[in-house]
Design a protein around this ligand. Sequence first.
Ligand code: ADP
Ligand code: MG
Length: 296
Amino acid sequence: MSTVNLPSYLDQSAEVRERFAKIKRRPVALEVKGLTKRFGNVTALNNIDLTIHKREFVCVIGPSGCGKSTLIRILAGLEQPTSGQVLLNGKAVTQPGPERGMVFQGYTLFPWLTVKRNIMFGLLESGADKGTAESEAREWINLIGLSKFEDHYPHQLSGGMKQRVAIARALANRPKVLLMDEPFGALDAQTRAKMQAYLMDIWKHIDVTIFFITHDLDEAVYLADRILVLKANPGEVEEFIEVPVPQPRSPDQALSEEFLATKQHIEHLIHPPSDDDDHLNLVRMVHVDDDVGSVF
Ligand code: ADP
Ligand code: MG
């Protein structure tokens, strides 16, 4: 992306400024304090501090290997930090728990269970009786528009449908936080755009904080209240950006100056402009994140 004259991404309209002031007055949902994670002599994450408020939508972006997946796995309680702490509503996170729902890029549905059974699974696990689990699962299936598919198995669904079921399954347990690691990374552009709109719509209606990893700048700016930009070797916070685009979002905002200014700023953070920029652009597209190698 070439540099054009845009206002600063730091300029916020009165409306946007008021929105962020309101968010900061909300209780803290997730707090990360002095978090460091080493694998042997690789420091995947170094001294990360974050404060995320209730019902915020945070996107995380950064070069491959900067520790995004490691961070989300620690938030999920799937991985232990080397030092430092994660607090959810003031309580230390040490293992997975029902107050954190997860959706990853690979389809994580149980292939041997129907759509309805997949969504009922977590509800039954956390002690709901069968009747309650079934009626709640039906409500979720209705919400994601898959009523005709409740008795279908995952292999009978499209990629977008599978991710809708994965989101419903994660939300059915009414988590405080939804952790998403490149959930739409394997979808084609059109399905991906639909899923983004769909996730925004759900988030408007549900009291949940979202922590969403992506390597797609447009996706990050479209979805996020704030964007956490990480840098690699070691993984550290580069900047935690307040997106100056008003909420609620719509796809036509992608052409607004605020949107473009934010995107350009992050682009420069991740890939500082250089003399042979044209050549680098191609390399960048291919190497932006090797998690998606199979897509290219
Ligand atoms: P990202 O998701 O941003 O691409 P990761 O969190 O997957 O980055 O990885 C961050 C760094 O930690 C990389 O250098 C990676 O090789 C290393 N790493 C991640 N998980 C492990 C592991 N289980 N064992 C050893 N090294 C790991
Ligand atoms: Mg990753």
